[in-house]
Design a protein around this ligand. Structure first.
Ligand SMILES: [Zn+2]
Length: 118
């Protein structure tokens, strides 16, 4: 493979990797407009600057592109979706009938028995 072929192959790999950061165990946190912390599965943290498109990892310093830069936006979106799903799941577990139904049920029990059984 010639030099150009190798380069574009690497770029494609980088793009694929960037699209699956969440699945690979990467986590990210947006601190402000200019700072997103991206943590890799090994526990290293890198600072991505979305405004200036910079990252503090070696790859970005050498080539000015890296999976963190390419993938942080998608990672943030997927993390948010994951957290919302988790919260929804926890709420469903703690409150399987829903708050309103539960208080209706208690009201009815108090009305029907004349006292609260709890
Ligand atoms: Zn990076």
């Amino acid at each position: 493979m010639n030099q150009t072929g190798r380069k574009s192959r690497r770029a494609a790999d980088c793009k694929t990797q960037a699209s699956r950061l969440f699945l690979d165990g990467y986590r990210a946190e947006r601190l402000d407009e200019e700072t997103v912390i991206v943590r890799d599965p090994e526990g290293s943290s890198f600072l991505v600057n979305p405004l200036f498109q910079t990252c503090t990892c070696d790859e970005a310093l050498a080539t000015s592109r890296c999976v963190h830069l390419l993938g942080y936006a998608r990672l943030l979106t997927e993390l948010q979706g994951y957290e919302e799903a988790l919260i929804a799941m926890m709420e469903a577990e703690h409150d399987p009938w829903g708050m309103t139904l539960e208080s209706d049920r208690l009201d009815r029990e108090v009305r029907e028995t004349g006292f609260c059984t709890f």
